[in-house]
Design a protein around this ligand. Sequence first.
Ligand code: GLA
Length: 372
Amino acid sequence: MRPAKLVLLSILTMTGTAMSQTSVTKAPFGKLPNGEVVDQYTLKSAHIEVKLITFGARITAISAPDRAGHPGNMVLGYDSLAAYLADTKTYFGSIVGRYGNRIAKATFSLDGKAFHLPPNNNGNTLHGGTEGFDRRNWTAREIPNGVEFTLISPDGDQGFPGKLTAHVRYTLAGTALSIHYTATTDKDTVINLTNHAYFNLSGSGDILSHQLTLNADRYTPVDSGLIPTGKLAPVANTPFDFRAPHTIGERINAKDEQLTLGLGYDHNFVLNVASSSQPHLAAKVADPKSGRTLTVLTTEPAIQFYSGNFLDGTAAGSFHGHDNMLYAKRTGLCLETQHYPDSPNHPAFPSTELKPGQTYNTTTVLEFGISK
Ligand code: GLA
């Protein structure tokens, strides 16, 4: 090999190594009332910094540079554990489970048997019940480029059958944060895990000028309790058509029964590629103000687009959020990759059942960028 080629090769190798190298550090974040320690893990690549805590296996901050090169945080969250304990409403950055989103009338049947869950949302069960996975202190261990969180949910936990062992692995490579979920059970059960991060790519103000694209021809309309009616409706000619980019604010106040029921967008979009083993494009967000972009890829069949309609600045009582912010209505948006809400009560929806011997296995990738 000629020397010039050798030099080029070693530069390429060095760049490759720098790209994939992520540092992982651990520090105590706080103590729960029972004395258990909540740890914080910081993942740092050349481009992005991600902060995670064991309470709820949650993302507390993601920082990336804007188009001028200034780093800033892009997710809603708090600086103290006390604030996370006080806020039982928003699920900021957490892993929601055992069943993310709603189960109607807090009940479902499996193998001919009825199971009853704690009703915590107008008679329905939201995000796994009153003590969902977002309120648990997960165990954690460092893995290459990231952290693996583990939770053992006992048989009968919040009314769900089967002892469930769940792992959530966050890994950061360059500009991409991957979230990999696996779980096993010892009895037939249902499962729907997702991350409930609220994004604000500007880091302040509302998200109404963020431009959204969703790879979805259809969505699942809801009733007044935000439970799917069972229909799959086309988005064409409605304010739910995000197949080409639209700002979130453009049609959010349009006269539309579904927007009225959701108080804005709070709906499950059916992705055009049904679940597959490789993550496929689900959503793109671009913020013209900061230049920051987010692309969401997933193996899941659907995505909940929630425009932060219930945020009112009071979720954590007197606690403020990062940078002393009070998170008012529509200051953050969620893109929760998932199976459809209330699937256990809709045999026609893709199944959320997990049986002994099977492994629940899904991946979502959040890719951050800058548009000039
Ligand atoms: C989900 C739901 C919303 C809301 C938030 C949490 O995204 O779909 O209706 O409950 O969680 O406030």
